[in-house]
Design a protein around this ligand. Structure first.
Ligand SMILES: [Zn+2]
Length: 212
């Protein structure tokens, strides 16, 4: 735990105190801070560093950290992952578990983590380590996926089909006159296909694999 030592100053109506952390570090925080530890990089008690690994001594740490912030960070650039409902599985939220899996699954410094199904979560069955160039190749491929036919239903009655999720989203926008952005409509259709939600605007969607 951190303990207040003394009051230092007031800024924007908040009092700031000097604290000492159980690890020995000194830090400055607001007087009403709920922090348990100092959160300095070398703090052995802070939740991210308890295990003793960091960016410098374990290359996997950066991979884990960016994976966590992509899915669970608050920065707006991560919205893409959140909206698609992509998560890091519970097991991997503990760095040690992720590290153990990585070394048992061909991880070597220089490789990056890749999801096999781009709509799936970060979890043991959906991830593998690939070279950076392989990862770039896949990202380009996924940006222009070979489209699958999307079927639209209402109350289990087939209505029509389109050649891609984008086309379906355009059609749904026209029919329902929704003011939602095309991206949002696409994401929700994708969620229905993945059975992460029951229906969207009263419609149900299924994907038909292209037979070739
Ligand atoms: Zn500390």
């Amino acid at each position: 735990m951190i303990k207040k030592i003394k009051r230092l100053y007031t800024a924007k109506k908040h009092s700031y105190y000097l604290y000492i952390c159980e690890c020995g570090n000194l830090c400055i925080k607001r007087g009403d801070s709920k922090a348990k530890y100092c959160s300095l990089p070398n703090c052995k008690y802070s939740k991210y560093h308890r295990h003793g690994f960091n960016r410098k001594n374990e290359p996997l740490y950066s991979i884990w950290e960016s994976m966590m912030s992509r899915c669970h960070g608050s920065h707006h650039s991560n919205k893409h992952y959140k909206d698609r409902g992509i998560k890091v599985c519970d097991e991997w939220r503990l760095f040690e578990n992720f590290r153990k899996w990585a070394y048992n699954n061909n991880y070597k410094p220089g490789l990056t983590i890749d999801r096999i199904n781009i709509d799936g979560d970060y979890e043991p069955n959906n991830c593998e380590f690939v070279t950076r160039s392989e990862n770039t190749r896949r990202q380009l491929r996924d940006r222009h996926p070979t489209s699958k036919t999307v079927l639209c239903f209402r109350d289990d009655v087939f209505l029509f089909k389109t050649k891609s999720i984008r086309k379906m989203a355009e059609k749904i926008k026209t029919i329902t006159k929704t003011t939602k952005r095309i991206k949002t409509v696409e994401e929700n259709i994708r969620k229905v296909i993945k059975e992460k939600r029951q229906e969207y605007l009263g419609f149900n969607f299924k994907e038909e694999a292209k037979s070739d």
